[in-house]
Design a protein around this ligand. Structure first.
Ligand code: NAD
Ligand code: WQD
Length: 339
């Protein structure tokens, strides 16, 4: 059984990926500092997969502790690196926190990869690297545009750091550029648990429906889109998790075309904010209290993935509909709130 390190494995996407890795026969060791997650997630993972992952509570900003970890675990064959800070607005207010957490952790891990001959590395990137697309759907040949936030910048710089490292070492890496992950595991054992007021659309919707928030604000209905609201590509987190498994298998099987590859991971379908709200109401039979407000600064108008490269080269395709995704988000919210 190959042992895989999953950093940030107690977080939203990491926890779902741990389950899919275990289902596919990998042994998982998680590193997390619990800055945006809790130990209970391990129980959720274990209930679903019937296997308790190994766990080390560790802050990846601590270079010495990272090194000690790799001395303890000498049989790691691959790393999936989720651990990062991810709130766009917070990154604008506190850029150094984001540069420190998202870049130092990556650098320390890559140094350990070189030192310990761990040559398979998957990185959580984001469609945010594309900025406002020139044409849609967006494919991987589209230019990376100047980032609009320090958070987005960390993803761009991270891809460059990995590319440069792959060029001069045996490292092979895949960056997965996620579109908008939503939804939760069908068991409702794991899901997304944002701290404080959610910044992202779907958790705000489910918290409004659950009565935690008074009203959803829809940021703008005067965009040049069919209904005036922004368009995104919302992908079920379990579909996204499965993409990591096939990417890992590609690396372990030496199937990559180049040492550093990147893939769009989305559904290929754009949905507007108003469409998401309508689908949520329909599929959950919940009436949402919402109002249209001004545009949110920094929002791109419309972005959705061309998934051809991932479909053809990774052999991966998203399977779940937006309705299924929204229903799973709602079922998770109900479970968490005891509804
Ligand atoms: P998350 O916050 O739920 O998970 C990240 C996990 O990493 C958390 O459990 C946190 O405690 C841990 N962590 C953070 N800093 C750490 C450190 N220094 N040491 C150890 N652990 C640390 O986030 P997520 O939504 O699961 O995102 C995972 C990755 O995917 C991130 O890199 C994020 O930037 C990227 N991403 C997320 C989205 C999204 O919309 N959720 C979209 C694109 C890319
Ligand atoms: C989606 C749409 C909002 C909240 C962000 C990051 C991106 C990536 C994913 C990590 C937008 C609208 C939202 C609300 C609303 N993360 N909205 N009312 O902005 O596409 O992407 O998360 O890499 O980097 O920027 O996602 O969920 O915040 O917004 O109307 O209360 O919903 O304006 O059009 P976004 P989101």
């Amino acid at each position: 059984m190959s042992k895989i390190l999953v950093t940030g494995g107690l977080g939203y996407i990491g926890s779902h990926t741990v389950v899919e890795l275990q289902n596919a026969g990998f042994e998982v060791v998680i590193i997390d500092n619990l800055s945006n997650s809790s130990m209970e997630v391990i129980d959720g993972i274990t209930t679903i997969s019937k296997q308790k992952p190994l766990f080390e509570k560790l802050d990846l900003r601590n270079k010495i502790e990272v090194s000690t970890f790799f001395q303890k675990y000498q049989d790691i064959e691959g790393i999936i690196h989720f651990a990062a800070s991810k709130a766009v607005g917070e990154s604008v207010d506190n850029p150094l926190l984001y540069y420190e957490n998202n870049l130092n952790t990556l650098i320390y891990l890559l140094q350990e990869c070189n030192k310990n001959e761990i040559n398979n590395f998957i990185f959580s990137s984001s469609c945010t690297v594309y900025g406002e697309p020139d044409s849609l759907p967006i494919n991987e040949t589209a230019p990376v545009k100047k980032a609009t936030s320090p958070y987005g910048n960390t993803k761009q710089i991270s891809e460059e750091i990995i590319f440069d490292t792959c060029s001069v070492s045996n490292l092979k890496s895949i960056a997965l550029r996620y579109f908008n992950p939503i939804g939760a595991h069908e068991s409702t054992e794991i899901g997304e648990l944002p701290l404080g007021v959610p910044q992202n659309l779907v958790p705000f919707i489910t918290q409004t429906a659950a009565g935690l928030r008074e009203q959803l604000s829809i940021f703008g209905n005067d965009y040049p889109t069919p209904d005036g609201s922004c368009v995104r590509d919302y992908i079920h987190v379990v579909d996204l998790a499965k993409a990591h498994v096939v990417a890992l298998q590609r690396l372990l099987g030496n199937k990559g075309v180049t040492n550093f590859e990147f893939f769009n991971i989305g559904t290929g379908t754009g949905s507007s904010v108003l469409e998401v709200v309508n689908s949520f109401e329909k599929v959950t039979q919940q009436k949402l209290n919402y109002k249209i407000v001004d545009r949110r600064a920094g929002d791109v108008i419309s972005v959705y993935a061309d998934t051809k490269k991932a479909n053809e080269e990774l052999g991966w395709k998203s399977e779940k509909s937006i309705e299924e995704s929204l229903l799973s988000s709602w079922n998770w919210e109900k479970k968490v709130r005891g509804l």
